[in-house]
Design a protein around this ligand. Structure first.
Ligand SMILES: *[C@@H]1O[C@H](CO)[C@@H](O)[C@H](O)[C@H]1NC(C)=O
Ligand SMILES: [Zn+2]
Length: 999
C-alpha cells in the first residue's frame, strides 16, 4: 500500500515535473545564451503579405502562381513537422488572417500538435494582428480593431501561450509614433522593423542606435514607451545564407566523400558577417532574420542547412567567440533586456521613408484615393454595426457571423499593401469586394437591430432598412421617385450631434418632420452637372433634398419625408416648377466684386476676377485670414533619368519643384444661396471641380473636390494637389497627425535626429496626413481635416497642400509590377471625390475645434431609409438614445463590441493630448454605473488595449534608459471602485470587458 502510494507520488511528481520543464512558453522557453560569446539569434520566419500581387486567398492556397509562386498553406504544412520532430527548432508566425484560414482546416490531431508546440515556445506568435498593418494610411481605430481581432483569435485558441510578446513590422514603409504608442499599450515588450531612411540608418549604425527606447507619447509617458529595434539587414538573411527553395545560395556541403566541400568557407563568411553586424550594436546579442517573403514552403531546406550552420559555427565557438542558436524576436528582446545596457531614446517618428536619394516612399500616402476613402468610411460603419449589435441585444449566432465578415475584411484591408494602395489592381478590387460583402452582412445586422429597437412591442416591426452607398453622387433608389420615405440617422458618438442629410429626389416640395412631429426646414438643390458627369448612367435624380438633422448620443432619430401632394405629378423637367425652388442658383456676375458666403461662424470671400478663395474670416475672433486655395499638379518623373526612378504606387518623384496651376486666369464659378447651405461651385478644368459649402450652425467650411479621370493622352504622369496659400508666418513649420491621433511637428528640409540631405525637394517633405494638417502663427491657425489618408506638406511658408489623386504610367521598381493607373468605373480612369473640412481660429482655440470635428468626421452619423408606413410615429420609436447621459466633451466612446454571452468590450478614450487645450486636456472621470440605458454593468474587468490580457496581469519588461527614471512600466493597476468610476488621463485609452444585465 505504502509502496504504491510512493510510486504513485513519484509518477505524479514526474508528470508534474515533465509538464514544468516542457510546458513553458514565453521567455522561459528561450534557449540559453552564453555570456562570454557573441550570441547570434537565428529567427526562422516567413513574411506573408495579406494580399499584394495576388489576393489573400490566392496567397493562402498558392493559386495564381504564374504571378508569384507563393502558398501559405504549404508553409505551415511544412514547418509544423520540422518543429514537431526537433525541440531545438523555432519558428514565428505573424499574420492571423492566414493562420486562421489554415487552422480551421486542420484535424484535431494536428491542432493538438500545434498547441503543444505553442505551449513549449517552439512555435511562437509574433505581432499577432489580423495583418501586419500599414502605418501611414491606417486610422488608429482600425489598427486597434485589426489587432484585437487577431489577438482574440490567439487567446481563444491558445490562451496565454498564444500571446505575442513582440511587435513585428518588418515590411511597412515607414513607422509612425502613434503605432509605437499603441503597441506599448497592447503590452508588447519590443517592436522590430526593417525599413528606415537610408541616411538615418547609416547614422544609427555608426552611433550604435539601431536599438533604443521609443518614447512614443508625451501624454502617456511610460505607458507608451517601447523598446524598438531596426533590423540590420531588412528582414532577409545574410548574403549567401538564404536556404529557401526561392534562393540560389549554396547549401552546406559537408560530406568529405563528395566533391565541393564548402563548410570552412561558409563558416568564415558567416563569422565575418556577424562580426560586422555586431560592431554596430551594443550588446553581445544580434538577430538574424532567416527567411523572407513567402519562404518555408519547403521548410526542410532551411532547417537542414541552419542545423549545419549551428553545428559548424558552434564547433569553433571557443576560438571564434560566436555562438549560434535558434531563437525568436521575444527571446532576442529578452536577452537584450538582460544585457545590462542603458538605452538611448527617440521621440520623433520614422516618416518619410527613403531607401535612396531619389526614392521617397511618399506617393503611397495618396495612392488609390477611392480605396482609402472606402476603408475609412467602412471603419465608420463597422463601429455602427458593432454598437447596434450590443445595444439591440439580439446577438444571435447570425449576428456574430454578420459582423465577423466585416471585421475580417477590415482586418485584411489594413495590410501594408492594401489601404496603402501598393497592390495590383485585381487585388485592390478583391479588397473592395470583401469590404462590400462585409458591409452587406453588417447591414442585415444593423437593420435587424434598428427594427428591434424601433418596435414598441416587438410584434409590429418597421420595414427593413435600406442603405445608400452613392449619396455622394446623388444616387439612392430609396429616396428617388419615392413619394414618402423615412430617414433614420444613427449617431455612433457618445454625444448628440447635429448635421445635415442630403438625398437625391425627383420632386420639388417635401415636408420633413422630426422625431417629435415638428416640421423641419428644407432646401432643394439641383444635382450639379459635375455630379451627373461622375454618376454617368448609374442614376437620374435631378434634385437633392437637404435638411438639418440631429441625433442623440449613441442613438437615432427618424425623420419622415413626404412629397407635397399638389406637386406629386408635376414633372421636375417642367421649367416653370423651377420658380418654386428655394435655392438661388446664380452664375457669377462678370464684375470684379468679391463674392461672399457667410454663416454664424465664418465668412468666405472669393475673388471677383479669379473665382478663387480670397479670405476666411473667423467671426468669433473677428480675425481675417487672407488665403487663396486652388488645385495644382506635379508632373511625375517617368524614370527616364539617371536614377531610373519613376513615380509609382510607392514612390513620389515629381519632375519639378513648383507645382503647375490647373487653370488659366480664372475658374468658372456658381453660387447657390439658401438658408441652410450656401455653395460656391468651382470648375477648374473639365476634370477638376470643387464645391465649397457653409452650413447653418456649423463651425467649419466644407470643401468637396472631384478629380478625374486624370488625362493621360499627353503621356504625362500627374499628381494632383490642393493647396492653401496664406501669409501666416510659419517659419518652415507645419503639423500633421499620426493615424488620426497624435500631432507631430514637421519642419521643411529637416529631420530631428540626422542631417537631412535635400535630394528631393518636394517628395522628401511629404508626410502622411491621416486626419488633419495645420499651419499657424501666433495669431491664427488654418486646420484642414480630410476624409481619407493623403500625403501632405508645406512647401512654402504660409502654405499647406494635400495630394488628392495621382495617375502615372510606369512601375516604380519595388515589386508591384504595375503602373498606378486605376481604370475607374468606366475604364477611362478613376474619378475620386472627397472632402476637406476647414477651420480658421486662433491657435489656442483650434485644438478643441479640430478634435471635436475630427471625431465627427470619422464617426459620422449613419443614414438608413425605409418606405413610409402609415402612423409611423404611433407604431415605432422615432428617437432613441442608449446613454442615460452624454459623455464629457473630451471623452470618446472608442469601442462598444459584443464578445460573448453577456459580455462586451468597451473602450473609453481621452481625446486630448496633455497641454493641448486649457480645459479639455484635464483628466476626466466617467462613471460606468448607470451609463447605458439597455443594460446595467455588473462587472468591469480592465484589459490592455489589445484586449488580450487583464490589466492586472500586465508586466512589461523594464528598460534602463540614459537619464531615465527607474519607475517600473505598466504596474500601476488599480481596480475600479463600486460605482465603476473610470478616470482618464490625457490621451489615455482604457479598455474593459464589461459584464451586463439586461432589464
Ligand atoms: C484568454 O483566454 C482564456 C482561456 O480561454 C480566458 O479564460 C481569458 O479570459 C482570456 N483572456 C482575455 C483577456 O480575454
Ligand atoms: Zn509585405
Amino acid at each position: 500500500m505504502l509502496r504504491t502510494l510512493i510510486y504513485t507520488t513519484f509518477i505524479l511528481f514526474q508528470i508534474f515535473f515533465v509538464r514544468l520543464t516542457l510546458a513553458t512558453c514565453g521567455y522561459e522557453s528561450c534557449h540559453p545564451t552564453k555570456a562570454d560569446k557573441l550570441n547570434v539569434h537565428l529567427v526562422p520566419h516567413t513574411h506573408d503579405d495579406v494580399g499584394w500581387l495576388k489576393t489573400v486567398d490566392q496567397y493562402f492556397y498558392g493559386a495564381n502562381n504564374s504571378i508569384q509562386h507563393a502558398g501559405v498553406q504549404y508553409i505551415l504544412d511544412s514547418v509544423i513537422p520540422q518543429l514537431r520532430d526537433d525541440p531545438n527548432k523555432r519558428f514565428i508566425y505573424v499574420e492571423m488572417a492566414f493562420f486562421y484560414r489554415w487552422w480551421r482546416q486542420q484535424s484535431d490531431e494536428m491542432k493538438k500538435t500545434v498547441k503543444t508546440l505553442v505551449e513549449e515556445g517552439r512555435l511562437e506568435f509574433i505581432n499577432g494582428g489580423w495583418c501586419m498593418n500599414d502605418e501611414a494610411s491606417t486610422h488608429y481605430n482600425a489598427i486597434i480593431d485589426q489587432m484585437t481581432l487577431g489577438l482574440k483569435f490567439l487567446n481563444d485558441t491558445f490562451g496565454e501561450c498564444g500571446r505575442p510578446r513582440v511587435a513585428w513590422h518588418i515590411d511597412p514603409f515607414g513607422h509612425s509614433k502613434e503605432q509605437a504608442a499603441l503597441f506599448a499599450q497592447m503590452s508588447y515588450d519590443g517592436f522590430f522593423f526593417g525599413r528606415l531612411d537610408y541616411d538615418d540608418k547609416q547614422k544609427r549604425l555608426k552611433d550604435k542606435r539601431m536599438e533604443e527606447v521609443w518614447q512614443a507619447s508625451i501624454s502617456l509617458g511610460l505607458e507608451a514607451q517601447l523598446f524598438y529595434g531596426a533590423l540590420y539587414n531588412g528582414y532577409g538573411p545574410p548574403g549567401g545564407f538564404c536556404f529557401d527553395a526561392f534562393c540560389d545560395d549554396a547549401p552546406f556541403e559537408d560530406d568529405p566523400n563528395l566533391f565541393d566541400m564548402n563548410v570552412d568557407e561558409k563558416v568564415k563568411k558567416f563569422l565575418k558577417f556577424v562580426k560586422d553586424q555586431a560592431s554596430h550594436f551594443k550588446t553581445n546579442h544580434i538577430i538574424l532574420t532567416m527567411g523572407s517573403d513567402f519562404q518555408y514552403e519547403n521548410a526542410n531546406e532551411w532547417y537542414k542547412n541552419m542545423d549545419k550552420l549551428i553545428k559548424y559555427v558552434n564547433a569553433q565557438e571557443e576560438t571564434s567567440g560566436v555562438h549560434v542558436l535558434y531563437s525568436t524576436p521575444s527571446c532576442y528582446t529578452y536577452a537584450l533586456n538582460k544585457a545590462g545596457v542603458k538605452w538611448t531614446t527617440k521621440q520623433d517618428d520614422f516618416f518619410p521613408y527613403a531607401n535612396a536619394p531619389h526614392s521617397f516612399w511618399t506617393g503611397y500616402f495618396t495612392s488609390r484615393p477611392a480605396i482609402k476613402g472606402y476603408v475609412r468610411q467602412t471603419n465608420n460603419f463597422l463601429q455602427v454595426c458593432k454598437q447596434l449589435d450590443v445595444l439591440s441585444g439580439l446577438q444571435t449566432k447570425n449576428a456574430a457571423s454578420e459582423s465577423m465578415t466585416l471585421k475580417q475584411a477590415m482586418g485584411v484591408a489594413q495590410h501594408h499593401d492594401a489601404v496603402s494602395g501598393t497592390e495590383k489592381q485585381h487585388v485592390a478590387n478583391d479588397y473592395a469586394k470583401r469590404l462590400a460583402i462585409g458591409i452587406q452582412n453588417c447591414q442585415n445586422l444593423v437593420s435587424d437591430s434598428l427594427s428591434s429597437i424601433m418596435s414598441k412591442d416587438q410584434k409590429t416591426m418597421p420595414p427593413t432598412s435600406e442603405f445608400c452607398h452613392y449619396l455622394n453622387i446623388s444616387i439612392c433608389s430609396s429616396t428617388e421617385s419615392q413619394k414618402s420615405f423615412t430617414v433614420t440617422v444613427y449617431n455612433p458618438l457618445a454625444r448628440s450631434t447635429n448635421s445635415f442629410v442630403r438625398v437625391p429626389v425627383d420632386l420639388l416640395r417635401y415636408t420633413v418632420t422630426d422625431p417629435d412631429g415638428k416640421t423641419v426646414p428644407t432646401q432643394i438643390l439641383d444635382v450639379t452637372k459635375e455630379t451627373k458627369r461622375v454618376r454617368g448612367n448609374r442614376g437620374s435624380a435631378t434634385h437633392e433634398l437637404f435638411f438639418p438633422v440631429s441625433a442623440p448620443a449613441l442613438g437615432y432619430s427618424t425623420y419622415l419625408v413626404t412629397a407635397d401632394s399638389k406637386l406629386v405629378f408635376q414633372p421636375v423637367h417642367d421649367p416653370s416648377s423651377r420658380s418654386s425652388e428655394p435655392s438661388q442658383y446664380t452664375p457669377r456676375q462678370q464684375s470684379n466684386a468679391d463674392t461672399i458666403i457667410k454663416n454664424e461662424y465664418m465668412s468666405l470671400s472669393f475673388d471677383g476676377t479669379t473665382g478663387l478663395l480670397k479670405s476666411i474670416t473667423d467671426l468669433e475672433s473677428r480675425k481675417i485670414l487672407p488665403v487663396s486655395q486652388s488645385f495644382f499638379w506635379y508632373n511625375s518623373s517617368s524614370g527616364n533619368n539617371k536614377d531610373n526612378q519613376p513615380s509609382g504606387a510607392y514612390i513620389f518623384r515629381p519632375n519639378q519643384t513648383d507645382a503647375f496651376p490647373l487653370f488659366k486666369d480664372s475658374v468658372q464659378m456658381h453660387i447657390v444661396q439658401g438658408d441652410l447651405v450656401q455653395e460656391i461651385q468651382q470648375q477648374y478644368t473639365p476634370w477638376v471641380s470643387q464645391v465649397i459649402r457653409l452650413f447653418k450652425g456649423q463651425r467649419h467650411a466644407e470643401f468637396e473636390w472631384t478629380v478625374g479621370p486624370i488625362p493621360f493622352k499627353d503621356g504625362l504622369g500627374k499628381e494632383i494637389i490642393c493647396r492653401f496659400d496664406t501669409k501666416l508666418a510659419t517659419n518652415k513649420t507645419f503639423y500633421t497627425d499620426a493615424n488620426g491621433r497624435q500631432i507631430l511637428t514637421r519642419v521643411r528640409n529637416h529631420r530631428d535626429t540626422w542631417q537631412y540631405n535635400d535630394t528631393e525637394p518636394v517628395a522628401g517633405n511629404y508626410y502622411p496626413v491621416n486626419s488633419r494638417i495645420f499651419i499657424k502663427d501666433s495669431n491664427l491657425q488654418l486646420t484642414v481635416l480630410n476624409d481619407r489618408s493623403q500625403g501632405g506638406s508645406s512647401m512654402m511658408n504660409g502654405s499647406l497642400e494635400l495630394m488628392v489623386h495621382r495617375r502615372m504610367f510606369w512601375d516604380d521598381h519595388y515589386g508591384v509590377g504595375e503602373a498606378l493607373n486605376e481604370p475607374g468605373q468606366f475604364g477611362d480612369g478613376l474619378i475620386a471625390r472627397g472632402k476637406m473640412y476647414v477651420l480658421v481660429a486662433p491657435p489656442e482655440k483650434s485644438a478643441s475645434l479640430h478634435r471635436d470635428l475630427g471625431e465627427k468626421v470619422y464617426m459620422a452619423p449613419w443614414v438608413s431609409f425605409t418606405p413610409m408606413v402609415s402612423d409611423w410615429s404611433k407604431k415605432f420609436n422615432t428617437k432613441y438614445s442608449a446613454l442615460k447621459h452624454e459623455l464629457p466633451a473630451n471623452v470618446h466612446l472608442l469601442t462598444l463590441e459584443h464578445l460573448e454571452n453577456n459580455m462586451h468590450l468597451l473602450r473609453l478614450e481621452h481625446q486630448y493630448e496633455k497641454g493641448e487645450d486649457a480645459n479639455m486636456s484635464k483628466p476626466v472621470t466617467v462613471s460606468l454605473q448607470g451609463l447605458f440605458a439597455p443594460f446595467e454593468i455588473t462587472m468591469a474587468e480592465e484589459v490592455n488595449l489589445g484586449a488580450n490580457q487583464f490589466q492586472k496581469d500586465v508586466k512589461r519588461l523594464h528598460w534602463d534608459i540614459v537619464n531615465g527614471s527607474d519607475r517600473k512600466m505598466g504596474s500601476n493597476y488599480e481596480a475600479l471602485n463600486d460605482s465603476l468610476d473610470v478616470e482618464l488621463q490625457p490621451f489615455q485609452i482604457r479598455t474593459f470587458r464589461i459584464h451586463v444585465k439586461r432589464g
